[in-house]
Write a protein that binds this ligand. Structure first.
Ligand code: COI
Length: 354
């Protein structure tokens, strides 16, 4: 029989709400009043509670700090005009979270804790969901090994935590990206598909080198030949090649929820879509021939951010001006209308909380 978890709520006595300026939000700088904390030990999830946001106390031998058993998700909640709060497709993040957990030899989360806990936490902090167009509540579920042990083995204990905070845009301008042909994000058989902390740590140095050259982000390529496009590290990549919306299909890229949603919307509009290998050569020749009319990053944090320029081997490839891009603009408008509850939700993607 499934375990029944009673998620107790301890409310804060010092709310941060009045310090929040919903009309001037950056990404990830403000955190909501409460967090969900669940502890795993002795082969089972034990306590699950919602408590005031506070620091953690950890042993310096905490295994995740040494051997990196740490995974996370990114999800967003939106406020409808009638005050209801909706989380966008959290079931997809739940599914991906458990795939990451399996690959990192961590325990899977029961639906009742991930989905039930998420719902209760967002209901508790619903006042932090911005009542403002273009803004949302960013939700960060994460789990890490807590066993104080220096031997290399799977941690025996874990913490699953969800924190949230109101956010504006992650990127506030079109991106200049560089095709990375030396450093590698992920190889076949590795952990590229999982949302683990190490995938982000390894990206920081090569990204900084690209930023020193004036780029905003990288386009990662395959580990073996650096011939095929993978993802941007902070988001998936999508291109309009001729009349077809194409996204790289490699198993080493993160299976993004926003990308998936955009491909599904395109399909429902009768646009041809393909999830397949895209070579750097195909992309760059396509740009030169005027056959690549749109290129964008798609992710929960990034939403849909146009790519303005791609750098490769010292040369810059310029894409059409973002305001001329018919599909990107239309699909972003549609996604916003849907997520803020202003149109019907034909896909059943809105998970209404309150
Ligand atoms: C997200 O899009 O939610 C992510 O986790 C990506 C991260 C770079 C903010």
């Amino acid at each position: 029989m499934a375990h029944a978890y009673n998620i107790e709520v301890e409310l804060t006595k010092n709310s941060n709400l009045e310090k929040v300026d919903f009309n001037n939000l950056k990404f990830g700088q403000i955190l909501s009043d409460h967090m969900l904390v669940a502890d795993y030990d002795d082969g089972e999830w034990k306590s699950v509670k919602i408590v005031p946001y506070t620091n953690l106390s950890l042993s310096p031998a905490t295994s995740a700090l040494h051997y990196g058993q740490a995974i996370f998700e990114g999800i967003k909640a939106y406020k409808f005009a009638d005050g209801r709060v909706s989380i966008f497709r959290p079931d997809k993040n739940f599914e991906r979270f458990n795939k990451s957990a399996v690959r990192l030899e961590m325990p899977e989360l029961p639906e009742e804790i991930f989905m039930g806990g998420l719902k209760k936490l967002i209901a508790t902090d619903s006042a932090f969901v911005p009542p403002v167009d273009g803004a949302s509540l960013y939700i960060r579920p994460f789990m890490f090994g807590t066993e104080p042990a220096l031997g290399v083995h799977p941690s025996k204990s874990y913490k699953f935590i969800i924190i949230t905070g109101p956010v504006g845009a992650y990127y506030n301008k079109p991106l200049r990206v560089k095709v990375e042909t030396f450093y590698t994000r992920a190889a076949a058989g590795g952990v590229g598909f999982s949302k683990n902390a190490g995938n982000y740590a390894l990206s920081l140095y090569p990204t900084r080198l690209a930023q020193d050259e004036g780029f905003d982000q990288l386009i990662w390529t395959d580990a073996k030949e650096h011939r095929y496009i993978e993802e941007a590290g902070t988001a998936n990549l999508v291109f309009m090649l001729g009349d077809t919306l194409v996204t790289p299909g490699s198993e080493t890229v993160l299976q993004g929820v926003t990308r998936h949603s955009i491909m599904d919307i395109a399909k429902s509009w009768g646009i041809k879509t393909e999830t397949r290998d895209v070579s750097v050569q195909e992309l760059l020749e396509g740009i030169e021939q005027g056959n690549v009319t749109e290129a964008f990053a798609a992710g929960t944090a990034a939403t849909l951010t146009p790519i303005s320029e791609i750098g490769y081997a010292g040369k810059l490839y310029k894409l059409p001006a973002p305001e001329t891009r018919e599909f990107s603009n239309k699909v972003l408008d549609y996604l916003n209308e849907l997520r803020y509850g202003r149109i019907e939700d034909p896909f059943g993607w809105n998970f209404i909380v309150t």
